[in-house]
Design a protein around this ligand. Structure first.
Ligand code: PGA
Length: 255
C-alpha cells in the first residue's frame, strides 16, 4: 500500500483554516482503501485535528520531536507527549530543520527517542546539490547511516525513509526530481538499508519521494520512480490536489 504524507510545515496560522483544510482532506479520502494517508500539521493543531478526525482513515503526525521525553528544553516537543495525544508518526531530519543546524547525531538521538515512544519515524535524507561525479550518492548514504545510529533493528516496522533532494524542495525549487532520479536513489538507499537491517527487512521499509510533488507528477514517481509513497509539502495544503494525489496512490493496488 502506498503511503501519502502531507507535511504542512508552518502553515496555516489559524485553527479555523487548519480545520477547513483537514475537513477537505477527510472528504477526499472517502472510499480510499489502498493508500495510507498521514497528515503532519504544526504541533499546535495536532490535538485539534485528532479531535475532528472521527472515523476518517487519516493518521496524524508531528514534524519534529525531542531526543528526550521530558526536560528543560524550551520550545521543544516531547515524543512521549506526541504519542500520548494520539499522534502516530513524526517527521525527523527534515532538511529545513537540518538547515537550522540539526546534525545527524541529533537526528539519530531523536529517532531513538521517537521509537522508544512507539511513534513511526519518517526519516528525511537528501543531497543539497547534484554534481556530475555522483558524490551526492555518498552524501545521502552517510546521512542515512549516521541518522540511523542506535536504531533498534527489531523496530524496523516503525521506519519510513523519505528521500527529499534539497534542490527540489519548496516554492523556490527550479524543478522536482525526475522519476529516474528517484528510482536510482531508492536503489542506493535500499542497499544501505540492507547493510543495516539485512535484505529481507530492507525490502519492507518504505522509501518515499518528496520535493515539489503535485497532482501532475505524483503518478510518475509512484510508477516509473517506483516510490513506495510521497511526502508532499505545499500541495498537501490544497485539499483538492492532495486528494487527487491520494487517489492516484489508491490506484496502485498491487502493493
Ligand atoms: P514541497 O515540500 O512539496 O513543498 O517541495 C516537500 C517537503 O519539504 O517535505
Amino acid at each position: 500500500m502506498k503511503l501519502i504524507i502531507g507535511n504542512w510545515k508552518m502553515f496555516p496560522s489559524s485553527p479555523k483554516e487548519a480545520k477547513s483544510i483537514f475537513n477537505g482532506i477527510k472528504k477526499g479520502v472517502r472510499g480510499v482503501t489502498h493508500a495510507k494517508v498521514i497528515v503532519c500539521p504544526p504541533a499546535l493543531f495536532i490535538s485539534t485535528l485528532i479531535a475532528i478526525k472521527a472515523k476518517a482513515k487519516i493518521s496524524i503526525g508531528g514534524q519534529n520531536s525531542s531526543f528526550e521525553d521530558e526536560g528543560a528544553h524550551t520550545g521543544e516537543t516531547s515524543p512521549r507527549a506526541l504519542a500520548l495525544i494520539g499522534a502516530t508518526h513524526v517527521i525527523l531530519g527534515h532538511s529545513e530543520r537540518r538547515a537550522m543546524g540539526e546534525t545527524n547525531k541529533e537526528v539519530s538521538a531523536k529517532v531513538v527517542a521517537a521509537i522508544r515512544n512507539k511513534l513511526t519515524v519518517v526519516l528525511c535524507v537528501g543531497e543539497k546539490a547534484r554534481d556530475e561525479h555522483g558524490a551526492y550518492f555518498n552524501e545521502v548514504a552517510m546521512q542515512l547511516h549516521s541518522s540511523l545510529e542506535g536504531f533498534p533493528k527489531n523496530e524496523f516496522k516503525r521506519l519510513v525513509i523519505a528521500y527529499e533532494p534539497i534542490w527540489a524542495i519548496g516554492a523556490k525549487a527550479k524543478r522536482a526530481a525526475t522519476p529516474s532520479d528517484c528510482r536510482e536513489m531508492s536503489i542506493l538507499i535500499r542497499r544501505e538499508l540492507t547493510e543495516y537491517f539485512g535484505k529481507k527487512v530492507a525490502f519492507t521499509i518504505p522509501i518515499l519521494y518528496g520535493g515539489s510533488v503535485d497532482d501532475r507528477n505524483a503518478e510518475g514517481f509512484l510508477k516509473e520512480g517506483e516510490a513506495d509513497g510521497l511526502l508532499v509539502g505545499r500541495i498537501s495544503l490544497d485539499p483538492e490536489k492532495f486528494s487527487t494525489i491520494i487517489h492516484i496512490a489508491n490506484n496502485f493496488r498491487k502493493l
